[in-house]
Structures are given as C-alpha cells and as structure tokens.
Design a protein around this ligand. Structure first.
Ligand SMILES: *Cc1c(COP(=O)(O)O)cnc(C)c1O
Length: 405
C-alpha cells in the first residue's frame, strides 16, 4: 500500500542523515577537532614520504624500529608462504596455527607466566577481558587517563565505574575505603601512559589492591618492549612480576606487529578462551602477523642495543625540548608531549612543523581531556642524532611562528 512512497521516504531519510553528518563535521571543524587521514607515499620508519617529499616521522609507536627489521619481515614472508595469508576463522572454529602457538609460548616464557592468549588488537583485548573480570554489582576504579579501549571495556562490563585522579593513590584509596565491604573491585591503569609518557605508581597500586582485595588490571601497551632491564615492560621495571599475576599488552607498538595478549596463569587463560567474545567471535591473527611478533619477542631479547639507542635518543630530544622552553608533561619515556592546551594552536603547530619537515600529529579531545591538546612526539631507536637535531631546529622555528616560544 505504501510501496510507491518508499523511494521518496528513502530519499528524505538520506537527506536527514547527510545533513546530520555534515553538521557534526562542521561542528568538529569549528572547534579544530576535525580528524583527517594523511595518505603516506611510503612505509613507516624514521623518514617517510608525504605530500611529495621526505619528512622525519616523530609520531610512531614503533619504538624499536621492529616494523622494518629484516629478520622480522622475512619471518612474516616465510609464514605466509608456509601457512597462507589469512587464518581462515576463529581459532575455536578452524584450529590454532603453529605461529599462534609459537607466539603464545614465547610471550609466556618472555613474561615468566604459565600461559598467554592472543587477541586481534589491544582494543579487542580490553573490551573482551574487562567485562569478564567484573560485572553488574562490581566496582571499577580507573585512572583518569586510561585509553578509550579500557573505558569501553568498563562500559561493557556494566559494573559501576569511577575515575581516580591521574596517578593519585590517595584519591584511589579514599574511593576504596568508601565502597561497601566485599564488593568485587577492579583497579585499572596503564603501565606507561600513552598520551603523557609517565608511569603508573604500580608499587602503590599493587599494595592498595592487596590491602583492599581488589584485582589490578595493567594495560602495558606502551611499556612492552621498552621498559624494564630486559624489555619485559612496566611490571618488570618496578620488579613486581611476583605480585601482578596477569597483565595485558600489545604487539602493535614496540613489537612492530599487530594484535595483543594477556599473559597470566593457566586458569585465567582457559577461562578467557571460553568467555571473551572478542576472542571467540573474530578471526585469528594472520600467520604472518603472529610469526612477525614471535620473532620480535626474540629480537627484543637478542638486541638490547636498540633499547640503549632508544633511551639515548629520548634524552637528546627531551633535553633539547626543555632547553627551547616548551611546556611538557612529566614524561619519563620516549613519549614526549609538548602541552599546548588549545586545539587550534596545536593543529597550527603541527602544520608549521610539517612545513619544516617534521611529521607529527596534533592530539586533541576526546583522545585527551579538554584544554590539554598537545603534540605527542615519539622518538625511536632508529632516529639519527642529526634527525633529532633537525627536529629541534624545526621546533624552534615552529614554536616562534605559533607564538608558543
Ligand atoms: C594503542 C593502545 C591500545 C590499543 O591497542 P591496538 O593494538 O592498537 O588496538 C590499548 N591500550 C593502550 C594504552 C594503547 O596505547
């Protein structure tokens, strides 16, 4: 009966939608919060090809240059030749391939845990694991600067969800004291904070978790591979491997690959295999990716000089930025954010830096809290001292051009 009106109805709906998209985009543009894709003309590395020229990339999380490590590349090629390009289905459906087994074994050995479980991405691990550690009636206490994937995991869990001030254990303890007794509680933090480059006070967090019988969930996406004497991560850095029985990390940052893992006791891993929906209902990582990550775990242990170079590069860039007089976060890592505050000025600074041959991105809300927009520099072991000095020169110019210096 209404059939003849359907095309018109469809058109009307489309118009409403289009205008909704446009008005949202206009609002973002007006607030300097528009995000755009920047198509590169090369792969990643200290130098990339962008807009027809070579520029220095200082925005990548490939801290140890492992994404372009020859041995890791050949492991990926070899695994593709041997096992194919795709893994076919979820591991529970079409079986676990040798590269997945090898990677889980090497992660567990590296981290000194009984077992490990792979996820398709850090995002998937966080939204898959958190809701299975706590649910309705429980209480989650999370650091204010936790990554969006952690926040989404908290939301999915349906537990009550409170934020404690960044790295503030006094605030956390006051929230723990106020909860009703025996309430299941999960404390969530990043190990090395992705947008500020500072470390969680893990020793104090563990003590509070023990005292108040809460579970501690550490996301060590950025610490993995670079923190700790042997690169095992932030938990190793603080010497807490005996007191933090499980944690999460990614393969996509210092390991130069893709995906994520939980390392921990057998019972936890077997439980997650059975309940974590983003493990059960997604296709396993491609063999090439798993083989690359497994080789990266070996390279991290065999080539500690990459970490040495990373930390000395970090010191050189950090000292230079401080000498120029930029306002920075209290970073202790290769993540070196220059705090600008205003989103428009931050974008202008990124634009000026690009003109001077430096590719960095403006980090704006909702990635960071309102009024704390920044340029997040990340340096790698593969940058040369000349490139770092060139970046500092560009920063000097761009800082003056935007009135920040
Ligand atoms: C990058 C990141 C993630 C997400 O990891 P992906 O593998 O990129 O999905 C999760 N948590 C933190 C703290 C991160 O920085």
């Amino acid at each position: 009966m209404y059939g003849h009106d359907l095309p018109r109805l469809h058109d009307a709906l489309k118009e409403v939608q289009t205008s909704m998209f446009r008005s949202k985009l206009k609002e973002l543009a007006d607030r300097s919060l528009m995000r755009r894709l920047s198509p590169l003309e090369s792969g990643t590395g200290p130098i990339i090809q962008y807009a027809g020229r070579e520029v220095i990339l200082l925005s990548s999380n490939d801290y140890l240059g492992l994404a372009t490590h020859p041995e890791i590349i050949s492991a990926a090629i070899h695994a593709t030749e041997q096992y194919g390009t795709g893994s076919g289905a979820s591991r529970l459906v079409s079986g676990t391939l040798p590269p997945h087994m090898r990677l889980e074994t090497s992660l567990a050995t590296f981290k000194g845990t009984a077992a490990a479980l792979l996820f398709g991405a850090g995002y998937l691990a966080n939204i898959g694991v958190i809701p299975n550690l706590i649910g309705q009636g429980g209480l989650i206490l999370a650091d204010r600067l936790c990554h969006a994937s952690l926040i989404d995991g908290c939301r999915l869990s349906q537990a009550d969800f409170r934020i404690f001030r960044h790295r503030d254990c006094t605030h956390l303890e006051s929230l723990l004291r106020r909860r009703s007794t025996n309430r299941p509680t999960l404390i969530i933090t990043e190990g090395l904070f992705s947008m500020d480059g500072d470390l969680a006070p893990l020793s104090d967090l563990v003590s509070l978790a023990e005292r108040y019988e809460a579970t501690l969930y550490v996301d060590d996406a950025h610490g993995t591979g670079i923190m700790g004497p042997t690169g095992r991560g932030t938990v190793e850095h603080f010497g807490l491997e005996q007191r933090i029985p499980f944690h999460m990390g990614t393969l996509s940052k210092a390991l130069g690959s893709h995906g994520a893992y939980i390392v921990g006791p057998n019972d936890l891993i077997q439980y997650l295999v059975n309940v974590a929906r983003p493990f059960i209902f997604t296709t396993a990582l491609p063999p090439a990716v798993a083989a690359a990550a497994a080789t990266a775990v070996a390279v991290i242990q065999r080539e500690p000089e990459r970490r040495t170079r990373l930390w000395s590069n970090r010191q050189r860039l950090f000292n230079g930025m401080q000498k120029l007089g930029f306002r920075m976060t209290p970073t202790v890592s290769p993540i070196l954010p220059i705090l600008v505050g205003d989103a428009a000025v931050t974008s202008a600074l990124a634009d000026r830096l690009l003109t001077h041959g430096i590719y960095v991105s403006a980090i704006r809300p909702p990635t960071v809290p309102d009024g704390t927009s920044r340029i997040r520099f990340t340096v790698t072991s593969e940058h040369t001292t000349e490139q770092i000095d060139e970046a500092l020169h560009a920063l000097d110019l761009a800082g003056r051009e935007t009135g920040l210096l």
